[in-house]
Design a protein around this ligand. Structure first.
Ligand SMILES: O=C[C@H](O)COP(=O)(O)O
Length: 252
Protein backbone atom coordinates (compact mmCIF):
# COMPACT_ATOMS: atom_id res chain seq x y z
CA UNK A 1 0.00 0.00 0.00
CA UNK A 2 1.28 3.46 -0.86
CA UNK A 3 2.21 5.85 1.91
CA UNK A 4 0.19 9.06 2.26
CA UNK A 5 2.60 11.99 2.51
CA UNK A 6 1.69 15.53 3.50
CA UNK A 7 4.73 17.77 3.10
CA UNK A 8 5.18 21.45 3.94
CA UNK A 9 7.50 23.59 1.86
CA UNK A 10 8.15 26.77 3.83
CA UNK A 11 10.28 28.23 1.02
CA UNK A 12 12.22 31.31 2.27
CA UNK A 13 10.17 31.95 5.42
CA UNK A 14 10.52 31.70 9.21
CA UNK A 15 13.42 32.62 11.44
CA UNK A 16 14.68 30.47 14.31
CA UNK A 17 12.21 31.57 16.96
CA UNK A 18 9.26 31.27 14.55
CA UNK A 19 10.49 27.80 13.62
CA UNK A 20 10.71 26.64 17.22
CA UNK A 21 7.29 28.06 18.07
CA UNK A 22 5.75 26.34 15.02
CA UNK A 23 7.40 23.01 15.88
CA UNK A 24 6.13 23.06 19.46
CA UNK A 25 2.62 23.99 18.41
CA UNK A 26 2.58 21.33 15.68
CA UNK A 27 3.48 18.64 18.21
CA UNK A 28 0.47 19.65 20.30
CA UNK A 29 -1.89 19.87 17.33
CA UNK A 30 -0.77 16.52 15.88
CA UNK A 31 -0.47 14.65 19.18
CA UNK A 32 -2.92 11.88 18.24
CA UNK A 33 -1.77 9.16 15.79
CA UNK A 34 -1.16 10.24 12.22
CA UNK A 35 -2.54 8.55 9.12
CA UNK A 36 0.10 10.22 6.97
CA UNK A 37 3.84 10.70 6.85
CA UNK A 38 4.19 14.41 7.71
CA UNK A 39 7.28 16.20 6.44
CA UNK A 40 8.32 19.81 7.07
CA UNK A 41 10.87 21.40 4.73
CA UNK A 42 12.09 24.66 6.30
CA UNK A 43 14.92 26.90 5.14
CA UNK A 44 18.42 25.43 5.65
CA UNK A 45 18.95 27.74 8.63
CA UNK A 46 15.98 26.23 10.49
CA UNK A 47 16.73 22.55 9.87
CA UNK A 48 18.64 21.86 13.03
CA UNK A 49 16.31 23.69 15.42
CA UNK A 50 13.22 22.09 13.85
CA UNK A 51 14.79 18.67 13.99
CA UNK A 52 15.58 19.16 17.69
CA UNK A 53 12.11 20.53 18.46
CA UNK A 54 10.40 17.60 16.70
CA UNK A 55 12.78 14.86 17.84
CA UNK A 56 10.10 13.09 19.91
CA UNK A 57 7.48 13.43 17.20
CA UNK A 58 6.90 11.22 14.11
CA UNK A 59 7.07 14.34 11.91
CA UNK A 60 10.01 14.15 9.51
CA UNK A 61 12.31 16.94 8.36
CA UNK A 62 13.23 17.70 4.77
CA UNK A 63 15.42 20.22 2.98
CA UNK A 64 14.37 22.28 -0.03
CA UNK A 65 17.46 21.62 -2.14
CA UNK A 66 20.89 19.95 -2.13
CA UNK A 67 24.09 19.87 -4.15
CA UNK A 68 25.20 16.68 -5.87
CA UNK A 69 28.74 16.40 -4.45
CA UNK A 70 29.20 15.10 -0.90
CA UNK A 71 31.87 17.65 0.06
CA UNK A 72 34.45 19.98 -1.50
CA UNK A 73 35.08 23.53 -2.65
CA UNK A 74 31.49 24.44 -3.60
CA UNK A 75 30.85 27.79 -1.96
CA UNK A 76 27.29 28.27 -0.84
CA UNK A 77 26.16 24.71 -1.50
CA UNK A 78 24.83 22.09 0.94
CA UNK A 79 25.43 18.35 0.50
CA UNK A 80 23.34 15.30 1.36
CA UNK A 81 25.65 14.27 4.26
CA UNK A 82 25.31 17.78 5.76
CA UNK A 83 21.52 17.51 5.49
CA UNK A 84 21.52 14.09 7.14
CA UNK A 85 23.61 15.58 9.92
CA UNK A 86 20.86 18.20 10.51
CA UNK A 87 18.24 15.45 10.88
CA UNK A 88 16.83 15.43 7.33
CA UNK A 89 15.11 12.35 5.92
CA UNK A 90 13.69 14.04 2.82
CA UNK A 91 14.82 16.61 0.28
CA UNK A 92 12.83 18.49 -2.37
CA UNK A 93 14.47 18.22 -5.80
CA UNK A 94 13.52 20.05 -8.98
CA UNK A 95 10.97 22.48 -7.54
CA UNK A 96 9.69 24.75 -10.30
CA UNK A 97 11.00 27.84 -8.48
CA UNK A 98 14.49 26.37 -8.76
CA UNK A 99 13.94 25.28 -12.36
CA UNK A 100 12.68 28.72 -13.42
CA UNK A 101 14.37 31.23 -11.07
CA UNK A 102 17.71 29.44 -10.64
CA UNK A 103 17.80 27.86 -14.11
CA UNK A 104 18.07 24.32 -12.79
CA UNK A 105 18.22 21.88 -15.67
CA UNK A 106 16.97 18.31 -15.91
CA UNK A 107 20.64 17.25 -15.97
CA UNK A 108 21.45 18.93 -12.64
CA UNK A 109 18.19 17.63 -11.15
CA UNK A 110 19.27 14.15 -12.23
CA UNK A 111 22.60 14.54 -10.40
CA UNK A 112 20.79 15.80 -7.30
CA UNK A 113 18.37 12.87 -7.32
CA UNK A 114 21.29 10.45 -7.52
CA UNK A 115 23.11 12.24 -4.68
CA UNK A 116 20.02 12.12 -2.46
CA UNK A 117 19.35 8.43 -3.16
CA UNK A 118 23.02 7.45 -2.73
CA UNK A 119 22.87 9.03 0.73
CA UNK A 120 19.52 7.47 1.71
CA UNK A 121 17.64 10.77 1.63
CA UNK A 122 14.16 10.45 0.11
CA UNK A 123 13.79 12.93 -2.74
CA UNK A 124 10.47 14.68 -3.28
CA UNK A 125 10.98 15.04 -7.03
CA UNK A 126 8.83 17.86 -8.46
CA UNK A 127 7.49 18.00 -12.00
CA UNK A 128 4.92 20.28 -13.58
CA UNK A 129 4.01 22.25 -16.67
CA UNK A 130 3.69 26.02 -17.11
CA UNK A 131 0.45 27.69 -18.22
CA UNK A 132 1.54 28.19 -21.85
CA UNK A 133 2.65 24.55 -21.98
CA UNK A 134 -0.79 23.47 -20.71
CA UNK A 135 -2.60 25.84 -23.10
CA UNK A 136 -0.58 24.42 -26.00
CA UNK A 137 -1.48 20.84 -25.03
CA UNK A 138 2.13 20.11 -24.14
CA UNK A 139 1.63 19.23 -20.46
CA UNK A 140 2.04 15.48 -20.87
CA UNK A 141 5.07 15.79 -23.10
CA UNK A 142 6.75 18.21 -20.65
CA UNK A 143 6.06 15.95 -17.67
CA UNK A 144 7.28 12.89 -19.54
CA UNK A 145 10.55 14.63 -20.42
CA UNK A 146 11.06 15.94 -16.87
CA UNK A 147 10.57 12.40 -15.55
CA UNK A 148 12.70 10.56 -18.08
CA UNK A 149 15.56 13.08 -17.98
CA UNK A 150 15.44 13.56 -14.21
CA UNK A 151 15.40 9.81 -13.61
CA UNK A 152 17.97 8.92 -16.30
CA UNK A 153 20.03 5.99 -14.97
CA UNK A 154 18.45 6.36 -11.55
CA UNK A 155 17.78 2.96 -10.03
CA UNK A 156 14.75 2.94 -7.77
CA UNK A 157 13.26 0.55 -5.29
CA UNK A 158 10.04 0.80 -3.30
CA UNK A 159 9.75 3.69 -0.85
CA UNK A 160 12.90 5.45 -2.02
CA UNK A 161 11.34 8.40 -3.82
CA UNK A 162 8.22 10.58 -3.72
CA UNK A 163 7.02 12.47 -6.80
CA UNK A 164 5.14 15.78 -6.60
CA UNK A 165 3.02 16.98 -9.51
CA UNK A 166 2.95 20.76 -9.23
CA UNK A 167 1.48 22.62 -12.20
CA UNK A 168 3.43 25.89 -12.20
CA UNK A 169 0.30 27.98 -12.83
CA UNK A 170 -1.25 26.68 -9.59
CA UNK A 171 1.70 27.49 -7.33
CA UNK A 172 1.06 30.41 -5.00
CA UNK A 173 -1.77 31.70 -7.19
CA UNK A 174 -4.78 30.54 -5.17
CA UNK A 175 -5.92 28.76 -8.34
CA UNK A 176 -5.62 25.07 -7.63
CA UNK A 177 -5.85 22.47 -10.36
CA UNK A 178 -9.23 20.82 -10.71
CA UNK A 179 -8.88 17.58 -8.67
CA UNK A 180 -10.07 15.53 -11.69
CA UNK A 181 -7.35 17.11 -13.86
CA UNK A 182 -4.75 16.52 -11.15
CA UNK A 183 -5.86 12.87 -10.91
CA UNK A 184 -5.52 12.53 -14.69
CA UNK A 185 -2.00 14.01 -14.71
CA UNK A 186 -0.89 11.94 -11.74
CA UNK A 187 -2.25 8.77 -13.36
CA UNK A 188 -0.21 9.77 -16.41
CA UNK A 189 2.89 10.20 -14.21
CA UNK A 190 2.32 6.71 -12.80
CA UNK A 191 1.93 5.29 -16.30
CA UNK A 192 5.16 7.02 -17.34
CA UNK A 193 6.97 5.59 -14.30
CA UNK A 194 5.67 2.14 -15.25
CA UNK A 195 7.23 2.61 -18.68
CA UNK A 196 10.55 3.78 -17.22
CA UNK A 197 10.63 1.04 -14.55
CA UNK A 198 7.78 -1.42 -14.14
CA UNK A 199 4.13 -1.37 -13.10
CA UNK A 200 4.77 -2.83 -9.65
CA UNK A 201 7.27 -0.12 -8.77
CA UNK A 202 5.06 2.61 -10.28
CA UNK A 203 2.15 1.43 -8.16
CA UNK A 204 4.30 1.65 -5.01
CA UNK A 205 5.46 5.27 -5.48
CA UNK A 206 3.59 7.99 -3.59
CA UNK A 207 2.68 10.84 -5.94
CA UNK A 208 1.59 14.14 -4.39
CA UNK A 209 -0.31 17.11 -5.76
CA UNK A 210 1.01 20.63 -5.08
CA UNK A 211 -0.36 24.05 -6.00
CA UNK A 212 -2.67 26.17 -3.82
CA UNK A 213 -3.61 23.28 -1.52
CA UNK A 214 -5.70 24.61 1.36
CA UNK A 215 -7.78 23.34 4.28
CA UNK A 216 -10.92 23.48 2.15
CA UNK A 217 -9.65 21.59 -0.91
CA UNK A 218 -7.28 18.93 0.48
CA UNK A 219 -10.08 16.36 0.95
CA UNK A 220 -11.13 16.71 -2.71
CA UNK A 221 -7.59 15.88 -3.85
CA UNK A 222 -7.20 13.01 -1.39
CA UNK A 223 -10.44 11.44 -2.68
CA UNK A 224 -8.72 10.72 -5.99
CA UNK A 225 -7.32 7.25 -6.40
CA UNK A 226 -3.83 8.14 -7.66
CA UNK A 227 -3.23 11.17 -5.42
CA UNK A 228 -1.27 10.09 -2.36
CA UNK A 229 -0.78 13.39 -0.57
CA UNK A 230 0.15 17.02 -0.99
CA UNK A 231 3.13 19.35 -1.13
CA UNK A 232 1.87 22.50 0.54
CA UNK A 233 3.49 25.93 0.26
CA UNK A 234 1.69 29.05 1.50
CA UNK A 235 -0.93 27.26 3.62
CA UNK A 236 1.78 25.36 5.51
CA UNK A 237 3.14 28.58 7.03
CA UNK A 238 0.20 28.75 9.41
CA UNK A 239 0.56 25.85 11.84
CA UNK A 240 -3.20 25.49 12.44
CA UNK A 241 -3.93 25.40 8.74
CA UNK A 242 -1.16 22.88 8.12
CA UNK A 243 -2.36 20.65 10.96
CA UNK A 244 -5.87 20.79 9.48
CA UNK A 245 -4.50 19.87 6.05
CA UNK A 246 -2.78 16.87 7.66
CA UNK A 247 -6.22 15.93 9.08
CA UNK A 248 -7.70 16.41 5.59
CA UNK A 249 -9.53 19.62 6.44
CA UNK A 250 -11.05 18.54 9.74
CA UNK A 251 -10.79 20.78 12.80
CA UNK A 252 -7.81 20.20 15.07
O1 LIG B 1 6.15 23.39 -2.84
C1 LIG B 1 5.00 23.83 -2.76
C2 LIG B 1 4.37 24.41 -3.89
O2 LIG B 1 5.20 25.30 -4.55
C3 LIG B 1 2.96 24.90 -3.67
O3 LIG B 1 2.94 26.19 -3.14
P1 LIG B 1 1.52 26.84 -2.75
O4 LIG B 1 0.83 25.83 -1.86
O5 LIG B 1 1.84 28.10 -2.04
O6 LIG B 1 0.77 27.03 -4.01
Amino acid sequence: MRKTVIAANWKMHKNLSETEEYGQKLMTLLASPLDAEVVICPAFTSLQVLSKTLEKSPVKIGAQNLFWENSGAYTGEISAPLLLDCGCRYVIVGHSERRHLMNESDASINRKLKAALNNSLIPIFCVGETLPERQNNMARQVIKEQLSRGLDEVSLTEGKIVIAYEPVWAIGTGINANPDDAQEMIAFIRETLAGLYNMELAQSISILYGGSVKTDNIADFMDKKDIDGALVGGASLNVHDFARIVRLGKDV
